[in-house]
Design a protein around this ligand. Structure first.
Ligand code: WQD
Length: 347
């Protein structure tokens, strides 16, 4: 009887981490979650207990707090870590670069130093397609040129470089660098999902709030891009597919004892207007919109070549855009105020 492997999740009550938590447990891993709730709600822990039937093992802390992180490694035998904790709003990063560099770089450095102290050298890093900057060729392959186009993207690129230098210095480190494309959707139960604070920056949560009536209209940021219908094209990936990609990456690290960098995308791009139409089909609600000026920094199109993840991890996305929208809509309809206590009857 082999003992279960224990995985430390940072940013554990966040959108992608909370879905990954469930999938890791279903895959037979033990999970220890840490989060400071700076961009997530403690209610997520109640929902995880409801869905898994187990009380989550959780410690409230800032990953940059070395002493607090040491205590977690003292209390638990950690076999690997999945590092989600980071600030991730592109626009905010332009306005607050110091906070983004301090938090996103500081948390990775503190985590890696603490892991090293305890001889834990298997790490899954939550990276982003944003490290590719403006794509020169599509679909994007992992050895495409990297470039930062905003401070958030720069922190992800720098974290990748920190981890590359660490592996060159100490080959005992096994790192899976996962470049997410556009995560959307929610757990099919509708009990956990994306809960952005304030006005959503990203397309699908904004569309969801228009469909449910929280916001009147969507602003489509430009329809003069070099794409079939002129609106931006992105590679949307269901958060459950993304979560399953993390399980595949951990199994790769434990089984192959070597590092890997992969795109986690579907390989299929959809335009803003295609997403709007799919959401109207899924929700049965109109999503009125206005075409407005381009958003600074946006690229025409961005989508993945997912071949390497399929060949090396044996993983590929299976959920289509209609499923992404249907699962997003169920979460939105059942939780119109996200995790905040409902102030008005559900829609
Ligand atoms: C998608 C498309 C917009 C909102 C960002 C980050 C990236 C990653 C994923 C963290 C674009 C259009 C959007 C709206 C719109 N995050 N849009 N109206 O910009 O591809 O990627 O989120 O890792 O780092 O850059 O995603 O959802 O913001 O935009 O028309 O109200 O929807 O122009 O074409 P993006 P997005």
């Amino acid at each position: 009887m082999t003992t279960k492997k224990t995985i430390l999740l940072t940013g554990a009550t966040g959108y992608i981490a909370s879905h990954t938590w469930l999938v890791l447990q279903e895959a037979g891993f033990e999970v220890v979650g840490v989060d400071d709730f700076s961009n997530s709600s403690p209610v997520v822990l109640e929902r995880l207990e409801e869905l898994s039937g187990r009380k989550p093992v959780f410690h409230r802390l800032d990953v940059g707090d070395r002493a607090a992180l040491e205590e977690v490694f003292r209390l638990h035998r950690i076999d690997a870590a999945v590092h989600f904790a980071a600030y991730k709003a592109v626009g905010e990063s332009v306005a607050k670069p110091l906070e983004y560099y301090r938090n996103n770089l500081g948390s990775l450095l503190t985590l890696a130093e603490t892991m090293r102290t305890h001889g834990v050298k298997r790490l899954v890093f939550s990276s982003s397609a944003t490290v590719y900057g403006r794509p020169e060729r599509l679909p994007l392959v992992e050895d495409a040129a990297r470039a930062a186009t905003n401070p958030y993207g720069a922190t992800k690129l720098m974290c990748e470089q920190i981890l590359e230098d660490l592996q060159r210095a100490d080959a005992a480190w096994q790192v899976a660098c996962l470049r997410y494309f556009n995560p959307v959707g929610a757990h099919p139960s509708g009990r956990i999902g994306e809960d952005p604070r304030g006005i959503p920056n990203n397309l699908m949560p904004y569309v969801a709030q228009v469909a449910v009536g929280v916001r009147p209209r969507l602003q489509v940021f430009g329809d003069d891009y070099d794409t079939p219908d002129g609106t931006g094209v992105r590679d949307y990936i269901h958060v459950m597919d993304l979560a399953e990609g993390h399980v595949a990456a951990l199994r790769y690290l434990f089984d192959k004892q070597r590092s890997v960098t992969v795109n986690l995308g579907t390989g299929r791009g959809y335009s803003v207007l295609e997403v709007v139409k799919a959401y109207e089909r899924a929700s049965g609600r109109p999503v009125p919109y206005d075409i407005v000026a381009r958003r600074p920094g946006d690229v025409d199109a961005c989508y993945a070549d997912p071949t390497r993840a399929r060949e090396l991890l044996g993983w590929q996305a299976t959920r289509d855009l209609d499923t992404m929208c249907a699962d997003s809509w169920r979460w939105q309809r059942m939780n119109p105020q996200g995790y905040a206590p409902a102030t008005s009857p559900p829609a």
